[in-house]
Design a protein around this ligand. Structure first.
Ligand code: DGI
Ligand code: FE
Ligand code: FE
Length: 193
């Protein structure tokens, strides 16, 4: 299936609550703007933004059941905190049940909550746009937006750093992929690799 903004928009409108749709449209707009600014494909960015949270409002037991059936559980932490599964579940559904073939968009959807080492620029864009879209409001969100505008890789590192601090302050467990994503981005920025 060819990637089309109106198809992805129809999916989002059909599946999401009004509140989640507002956030989703915020991610899609901001991802589109950042993509144009950094010379990435704005269609892919908008489409990934529109469907990134498609599985978010499915009952958590169902998300876990599908993740088990589709072999998406990679870490013991996935089962301890199944709220991190909605990206992989949505990407699997989009590929295998909806027929979406765009591997770049599928990866951006799958990895939007935790990231992964060796993220593509589109994956970074969706991870970061999710945290900093215009409806998000927390201290320093404007600093993160500016950092993303200046340099997508460094801005994404700042977003992961923010998430790590937020989780530590809340005494919540750090998922191994969040730490691996941080370490990988830091290495890439320090060594230019
Ligand atoms: O789906 P959204 O709310 O738009 O955003 P998201 O997909 O980034 O999910 C955010 C949630 O994911 C937030 O409650 C924090 C959680 N999260 C992200 N990384 C980690 C994490 N939770 C834990 N425990 N550990 C992580 O490393
Ligand atoms: Fe999400
Ligand atoms: Fe989101």
């Amino acid at each position: 299936m060819i990637l089309q903004v109106d198809e992805m928009m129809n999916l989002a409108v059909r599946v999401l609550s009004e509140e989640r749709l507002i956030h989703t449209l915020g991610v899609a707009d901001w991802a589109d703007e950042l993509a144009r600014h950094h010379g990435l494909d704005p269609i892919k960015a908008r489409c990934a933004g529109l469907v990134h949270d498609l599985a978010k409002e499915m009952p958590i037991k169902d998300q876990l059941g599908l993740a088990r059936r589709w072999d998406l559980l990679c870490y013991t932490e996935d089962e301890q905190n199944p709220y991190v599964l909605h990206g992989p579940v949505a990407a699997y559904w989009l590929e295998h049940f909806y027929g979406l073939e765009d591997a770049d968009v599928l990866a951006a959807v799958a990895n939007h909550t935790l990231g992964r080492p060796e993220m593509s620029l589109l994956e970074m864009l969706i991870y970061s746009a999710d945290l900093t879209e215009s409806n998000r409001d927390f201290p320093k969100v404007d600093n993160l937006r500016q950092s993303l505008y200046d340099d997508l890789e460094k801005g994404t590192l700042d977003c992961v750093k923010h998430t790590l601090i937020y989780l530590k302050e809340g005494k919540r467990p750090i998922h191994p992929l969040t730490q691996l994503t941080y370490d990988d981005l830091q290495r890439r920025i320090n060594f230019g690799t």
